[in-house]
Ligand binder design. Structure first.
Ligand SMILES: [Zn+2]
Length: 468
């Protein structure tokens, strides 16, 4: 057992130190989200590990509610059982299953031996079986882009293998009692299950998420959903709690992928925030967003910054010495220093009003947004494809790239936030919320969110009543 197993529960016995790698990834993600926090995140690493170990043994728990639901239609939750004892005894067992299956994408030219090697499968007779057994033949016609999933034991021996064949059937190879293998092909059954988990913050969000068995993908979604209301770097407090309901996609009864977060609750410094997913991802009025119980959009209509990672090199000011004009002038925007070619994002949904050369601004984009808002982007090296007058852009979409066209002493983005065509300080204005659920969709939204709200309440009550 690797050293990490002494301080926490291993999700994957075949690779005891996966926890370490996960942690490194998390720190990397944190660092990416806010470059300035890199050092702090790294310093917190050890505390996070041991805290997770303690918590895994304590009462913070995960509960799984089996629910039948159609992913795309209104949620109809059939709660089969809400068994407290099962939920509270073993978070590791409840959380391990997702990490337990390894998945590897097939690339062109792959043989089954290549794929098994990448999956870390030791050859304890499995190759011989695959060669000899006619039932395993589909593995000789691997389809690039598809996946092979395996479960292996501590020694790397294959326990089970799953592969969706060219004919859309599911090939299952399982170890039998004698240590040999058995292959069979069945019609696959896909299902989406709703999973509910809760956690309490002791040291960090990821520490608590680990203890609650929350997959990283869900933790990231959770942080993203509430990012408009909670600053996850500065506002988290010991004792903050979360409950989250998310989809787990299953193939033949086994979890293969994490879906969307459908509902979540976060209690931060005693204030409760709730979010419900509504809308589809195909676009439209409420395109797959998160809304409060009353239909208010949790997303702000504008991002604070059009750059993902950058530093502000010149603030909004009514008087500064202009390096090119060599005079004192107002700087009614914000400059973000970044290398030429760095992507620039639209800060809000809108329509391109200008995309072209404009004097000192150089290559320039002006976007018109809801109400009387507009945003401007200057000194671009080039425009993203399709960004031309009249084009519709979405919040976060890359519209151009940093450059130093126009009056610029070095590569940077000049960004302006305008209300009724007057420049305002984008860091100081109170940003409006994005559009709420339209009135005619409120009933449908409630029909979907209310059962989820009930589920969140139940999960929270059970878990924290037992923990307190
Ligand atoms: Zn500027």
């Amino acid at each position: 057992m690797g050293p990490c197993c002494r301080v926490r529960v291993c999700y994957n016995p075949a690779n005891p130190c996966k926890a370490d790698n996960l942690l490194k990834n998390k720190i990397f993600i944190l660092a990416q989200t806010r470059a300035a926090q890199v050092a702090e995140a790294a310093r917190g690493a050890h505390g996070l590990l041991s805290a997770a170990g303690v918590l895994a043994l304590s009462a913070v728990a995960a509960i799984a509610i089996a629910a039948q639901m159609q992913p795309e239609v209104t949620a109809e939750l059939v709660r089969q059982e809400l068994a407290v004892p099962v939920a509270l005894q073993a978070p590791a067992a409840a959380s391990g299953d997702l990490d337990f299956w390894r998945e590897e994408k097939i690339v062109r030219g792959d043989t089954v031996v290549d794929v098994l090697a990448r999956l870390g499968v030791r050859d304890g007779g499995v190759k011989r079986f695959v060669h000899a057994d006619p039932g395993a033949r589909p593995l000789y016609r691997l389809l690039p882009g598809k996946s092979v999933r395996v479960r292996i034991d501590e020694g790397g021996d294959l326990l089970a293998l799953r592969y969706l064949t060219r004919d859309g059937e599911l090939l299952k190879i399982d170890q039998n009692d004698q240590g040999g293998y058995r292959a069979q092909t069945v019609a696959p059954s896909f299902a989406t299950r709703l999973q509910l988990r809760s956690g309490e913050i002791r040291s960090s969000l990821f520490g608590a998420a680990d203890a609650a068995g929350l997959p990283d993908a869900v933790t990231m979604q959770l942080a993203e959903i509430f990012s408009g209301d909670i600053d996850f770097f500065h506002d988290l407090r010991r004792g903050d709690r979360f409950t989250v309901a998310y989809e787990v996609l299953e193939l033949d009864g086994e979890p293969i992928r994490i879906g969307r977060v459908l509902a979540a609750e976060f209690v931060n410094k005693g204030v409760t925030f709730r979010a419900f997913h509504y809308g589809d991802s195909q676009g439209g009025e409420a395109a797959g967003g998160y809304y409060a119980e009353d239909g208010k959009n949790l997303r702000k209509a504008f991002l604070r910054s059009p750059m993902e990672f950058s530093r502000i090199t010149s603030h909004f000011s009514l008087s500064r010495f202009h390096p090119i004009m060599q005079t004192w002038r107002a700087h009614k925007g914000i400059d973000f220093g970044a290398p030429t070619g760095t992507p620039v994002r639209a800060t809000g949904d809108g329509i391109v009003d200008v995309a072209g050369r404009q004097g000192g601004y150089g290559n320039f984009i002006l976007l018109r947004h809801q109400g009387s808002f507009s945003t401007a982007y200057g000194h671009l090296s080039r425009f993203a494809t399709g960004v031309r007058r009249g084009a519709r852009v979405q919040q976060g979409q890359v519209i151009g790239y940093v450059g130093q066209t126009g009056w610029a002493t070095g590569p940077h983005l000049h960004y302006e936030f305008r209300i009724s065509d007057q420049q305002r300080n984008p860091l100081a204005v109170v940003l409006p919320a994005a559009l709420p659920i339209p009135a005619d969709k409120l009933a449908a939204f409630r029909a979907r969110s209310e059962p989820l709200s009930l589920q969140l309440g139940l999960a929270r009550g059970l878990i924290f009543a037992a923990a307190d």
